[in-house]
Design a protein around this ligand. Structure first.
Ligand code: NAD
Ligand code: LMR
Length: 326
């Protein structure tokens, strides 16, 4: 058997984690031969819940589960972590924007950034799920000067999946027929789901889809899908978010197919003129655990305007949390 991989999950007593943990120990993340130690972090008030979750994890008798640590101490949770899912944060309720959570959740990510810096593995792969995810990831990485900013990512895979599903249903094709979807920017209502490069059965999506549907329905439907789920379910998305988190991390570890890419919010290196140092969602290809932003895609005036709008929102969010950068 391989050496166990240490996977930290924060907010481990919450609804997303409940849908994530059991898939991890079933091998959906790292395959059927990779043992795992789960390191579960939550706040002291819910440690009893974590004890119950540990009992259920044990009762799965998963041959992959090599250990479970439950703790309210970030330094214990991130010790030697290879992979970290930063899920723990308050979700929004009906009528709120994700940015409204910034003041409530930001502090969590400075504390956890410092703990990652001190005790995690140097190649730790960090995915921030807790909202507002891009700026929370920015806070964490700014508090982790000994780690590379490339260790930190935020989740737009759920938006990516929503966009694929919506396009497939509009075209009457299978999800598997769609390639090269892109979500640009912030995991917020300024995100830009872009069909200019998408393929349906190998042909340009925009050759088969009316421009009015793309401009007037598709973009806002993807942008507002999270709020729509909250309005219908009364709670924010959980199983689909856990699925997206698992897929984001699996792509990062295992790579992307040759004929496709995925959307990931990563540290901007200035590609496409986006301000350096923001956590911005780009199309990325991944090989051997390293992502590369897909370069040189033509960007027309319509797309350029949307890229600027979501970049400006992220710049404004960065200003709002600068006091948390050491
Ligand atoms: P939840 O309320 O069910 O669970 C959150 C958990 O985090 C709770 O157990 C809470 O005790 C814990 N927590 C709070 N502060 C903590 C801290 N300092 N350290 C560790 N744990 C802490 O919420 P949920 O539905 O699981 O959602 C979690 C977050 O994910 C929310 O911010 C939500 O908005 C976000 N989310 C993001 C996406 C995305 O696509 N990026 C999708 C869905 C949800
Ligand atoms: C989502 O996109 O479902 C999550 O970010 C939850 C939310 O607040 O919309």
């Amino acid at each position: 058997m391989n050496t166990p991989v240490h996977i930290t999950v924060t907010g481990a007593a919450g609804q997303i984690s409940y849908a994530l943990l059991f898939r991890i120990i079933a091998g959906d993340l790292l395959g059927p031969d990779q043992p795992i130690v789960l390191r579960l972090l939550d706040i002291p008030a819910v440690i009893k819940d974590l004890q119950g979750i540990k009992m259920e994890l044990d009762d799965c008798a998963s041959p992959l589960l090599a250990g479970v640590v439950i703790t309210a101490d970030p330094n214990e949770a991130f010790e030697n972590a290879d992979i970290a899912f930063l899920v723990g944060a308050r979700p929004r309720g009906p009528g709120m924007e994700r940015q409204d959570l910034l003041h409530i959740n930001a502090e969590i990510f400075s504390v956890q950034g410092r703990a990652l810096n001190e005790v995690a593995g140097k190649n730790v792969k960090v995915l921030v799920v807790g909202n507002p995810a891009n700026t929370n990831a920015l806070i964490a990485l700014n508090n982790a000067p000994n780690l590379s900013p490339r260790n930190f990512t935020a989740m737009t895979r759920l938006d990516h999946n929503r966009a694929i599903s919506l396009l497939a249903s509009h075209c009457g094709c299978l999800v598997a027929d769609i390639r090269q979807m892109i979500i640009w920017g912030n995991h917020s209502t300024t995100q830009y789901p872009d069909l200019h490069h998408a393929l349906v059965k190998g042909k340009a999506a925009l050759d088969g889809v009316e421009e009015a549907w793309f401009h007037e329905h598709f973009i806002s439907a993807v942008q507002k899908r999270g709020a729509e789920v909250i309005a219908v379910r009364g709670k924010s998305s959980a199983a689909s978010a856990a699925n997206a988190a698992l897929e984001h991390m699996r792509s990062w570890v295992k790579g992307t197919p040759e004929d496709d890419w995925v959307s990931m919010a990563v540290y901007s290196d200035g590609s496409y003129g986006i301000a350096e140092g923001l956590i911005f969602s780009f199309p990325v290809r991944i090989q051997d655990g390293e992502y590369a932003i897909v370069q040189d895609l033509p960007i027309d005036a319509f797309s350029q305007e949307r890229l600027r709008a979501t970049e400006n929102e992220l710049l404004a969010e960065r200003e709002m949390v600068k006091h948390l950068f050491p």
